[in-house]
Write a protein that binds this ligand. Structure first.
Ligand code: ADP
Ligand code: MG
Length: 400
């Protein structure tokens, strides 16, 4: 689960980490009120969307030379002008994809005198099974580009969960950033605070880009991008509250209501599969035959007819879907239940695209019979290879 920058900063503050003063705002009036409460004379108007690269982003509705999604304002009036330009408009950044994201919230923050910008992130390193710090002096800009062009500018080290964060980790952060004296002390303190925040709220990723040194000689987290481990959210009722559904894919929200593992993708072939491994194999073979999956969907082991129907409806609601492939191996799952779910969903929402069904395993004959007798226009397939070729061919024909 992702959260907004201002929510992330509130969490960091609660663990003692230094951030600038600021207030979220949903309207131009709220933006002005928020700015008036700040010391000034420089205010920063920051678009709140679940994507980075806002500073360099562009608004679809504004002229190409208009400023991006993070702007410095030199007066309350300027705050109002920028807020009006951002709210309700669509911000396109390197991370949003070409469709962009609508800006519904702003964060009005105290302007900071930046001396230097660093990069600091933390993540769960699957290779070492530990939480790792990633730090670089090349902050503020595109860290992916730094990683690609000058990987030696990025330092990574992990923390042993048995000891937790220790003074030497903080010193390693300070050393990597070339900080000395009082600033090194601040970095050591910050490393410990961030580690505690990370573990304490079960984060999956924390990215502070930039972490800055101010002209006043203080270290400060000027941006905060946080995502939490969804599997640990049951331990944090207060974090679930922070979820902003307007930022999430509507189909993924529906899927989570039905406890389905669904991820929207860019392709044209909707996939309904059980088991993550089989789902991946299905996606691979669709690619092999020259098309792309529109989603990842694992309906799970013992899915009911209702769950299968819900899954099918989510797939058909995706306007990019030009064909659907159902590929089920009935182990615990029974093929007739799958067939009934598919038939029920098609009866309810209709079927405007070709559908190929490949069933195998428990009650397969019964499943095939349900589909045959439904009178629906379904193509059956005997194996995965056959199924993939049939659906790719069928969508090509549709498109032609
Ligand atoms: P994004 O990473 O989405 O572009 P940031 O929060 O990192 O958004 O803001 C982009 C840039 O704007 C930062 O690298 C920093 O230079 C500047 N900036 C952000 N917040 C402030 C602030 N409070 N005061 C001064 N400059 C800021
Ligand atoms: Mg940033």
């Amino acid at each position: 689960m992702n959260i907004h920058e201002y929510q992330g900063k509130a969490i960091l503050t609660s663990f003692g980490a230094p951030v600038s003063e600021g207030q979220p705002a949903l309207s131009v009036e709220e933006a002005m009120t928020a700015a008036k409460a700040l010391p000034g004379p420089v205010y920063v108007v920051k678009s709140q969307i679940h994507a980075g690269g806002r500073g360099k982003g562009k608004f679809k509705e504004l002229p190409a030379d208009a400023k991006g999604g993070v702007r410095l304002a030199k007066s309350i009036e300027e705050v109002a002008v920028y807020a009006r330009e951002m709210l309700g408009n669509t911000l396109v950044t390197a991370q949003t994809g070409p469709a962009g994201k609508q800006v519904n919230r702003l964060y009005i923050e105290d302007g900071c005198d930046i001396e230097r910008e660093f990069y600091l992130s933390m993540l769960v390193d699957r290779e070492t099974s530990r939480v790792a710090f990633v730090v670089s002096t090349a902050g503020g800009m595109d860290i992916e580009k730094v990683a690609h062009d000058t990987p030696d500018k990025i330092m990574t080290f992990s923390v042993d969960p048995a000891t937790g964060v220790m003074a030497h980790h903080g010193r390693a952060v300070a050393r990597a950033l070339g900080l000395q004296g009082n600033l090194a002390k601040q970095a050591e303190k910050l490393a410990a605070q961030l580690y505690r925040a990370f573990i304490g709220t079960d984060m999956a990723m924390l990215e502070i880009n930039p972490l800055v040194v101010t002209k006043q000689g203080e270290l400060r987290c000027l941006d905060a991008k946080i995502s939490f481990d969804s599997n640990a959210l049951y331990r944090h009722a207060e974090l679930i509250e922070l979820r902003d559904l307007t930022e999430e894919d509507g189909k993924e929200i529906e899927a989570s209501k039905s406890d389905l593992n669904y991820i929207a993708l860019e392709g044209t072939i909707g996939c309904m599969v059980n088991g993550a491994g089989l789902a991946m194999a299905t996606m691979d073979i669709i690619k092999l035959y020259g098309a792309s999956p529109a989603n990842f969907l694992d309906v799970g082991g013992g899915a009911t007819k209702e769950k299968v129907a819900a899954a099918f409806k989510i797939i058909t609601s995706d306007p990019n879907v030009q064909g659907i492939l159902v590929n089920i191996f009935g182990g615990i799952m029974r093929c007739d239940v799958v067939a009934e779910g598919v038939v029920a969903a098609v009866r309810e929402v209709g079927l405007a695209v070709p559908l190929v069904v490949r069933l195998e395993g428990t009650n397969v004959e019964l499943g095939k019979k349900v589909i045959r007798e439904s009178g629906l226009n379904v193509v059956s397939a005997d194996d995965l290879d056959d199924a993939a070729q049939k659906i790719v061919r069928a969508t090509r024909k549709e498109a032609a």
